[in-house]
Design a protein around this ligand. Structure first.
Ligand SMILES: *Cc1c(COP(=O)(O)O)cnc(C)c1O
Length: 235
């Protein structure tokens, strides 16, 4: 257990440095997955209010334990049977990648008398993954139009990841593809929706490139909290 960090006093400076490097209008999601409540509290005490988690159960436990003015962003893969648990409090769901996930979020939001902000996750990176819409698949979902009847979700934009590579050109190209998709969707489907304005892309290793491309939500974990410790993977 020696990898466990008990002293989080380095966190405020790291947040300050990152925030100073972000242009106005860019939201920092502090990705706190795997880290204890004490780490989040240290960031909270430094003024950070937006946190990202990728496991519903872990996020809910932290929600219950920590100050109630924290905005919890779910950045993991959305499993339909887990939406119910976060629906009472989640602030934004980044990983919507099917109409069914959107419809189920709508159903659970309605039960809680809420409207939940969602982002459509796009898959543009080179890696094979079953997560995220292919851009043409997402366009088809939007053209099909059933989403317009879902009154308890608000589609606020798009989310994506760049290829995990050192090739900066490729990373730039991926972020550009996400941005271009956003622009086209805005023109075609959300021209009158002021809230459709968010592009969530960029992590610790590549957020500067994402910001340059026009992305306005960055999800940063290790640059704030240090390396994650996964006991089960001995990583
Ligand atoms: C873990 C995670 C991040 C943060 O990654 P870092 O490299 O630690 O900044 C961002 N986005 C998603 C979807 C993640 O799962």
């Amino acid at each position: 257990m020696e990898e466990h960090i008990l002293d989080w006093s380095f966190v405020p400076d790291r947040i300050k440095t990152i925030k100073e490097s972000l242009p106005e209008g860019v939201t920092l999601v502090a990705v706190s997955k795997t880290h204890p409540a004490a780490a989040i509290q240290a960031a909270y005490d430094a003024g950070q209010r937006v946190f990202g988690e990728n496991k519903v159960q872990e996020m809910t436990a932290k929600y219950n334990e920590l100050p109630k003015d924290i905005e919890w962003h779910f950045i993991g893969h959305v499993q339909k049977n887990k939406i119910r648990q976060m629906a009472p409090y989640v602030s934004m769901i980044h990983g919507i990648d099917s109409y069914d996930a959107l419809a189920e979020t709508n159903r659970q939001a309605e039960k809680n008398g809420r409207v939940i902000d969602c982002l459509l996750q796009l898959h543009v990176a080179a890696e094979e993954t079953k997560f995220g819409f292919a851009p043409e698949e997402c366009t088809a979902m939007l053209e099909e139009g059933r989403w317009r009847d879902l009154k308890n979700v608000r589609i606020c934009g798009v989310m994506g990841m760049a290829t995990n590579t050192d090739d900066e050109q490729r990373i730039r190209q991926d972020f550009q593809a996400i941005y271009d998709f956003y622009t086209q969707a805005k023109d075609r489907f959300f021209a009158d929706a002021d809230w459709f304005s968010r592009i969530s892309a960029g992590m610790s290793g590549d957020y500067e490139i994402a910001v340059c491309t026009g992305c306005n939500i960055v999800r940063i974990g290790s640059n704030i909290f240090g390396q994650r410790y996964y006991p089960e993977k001995s990583k």
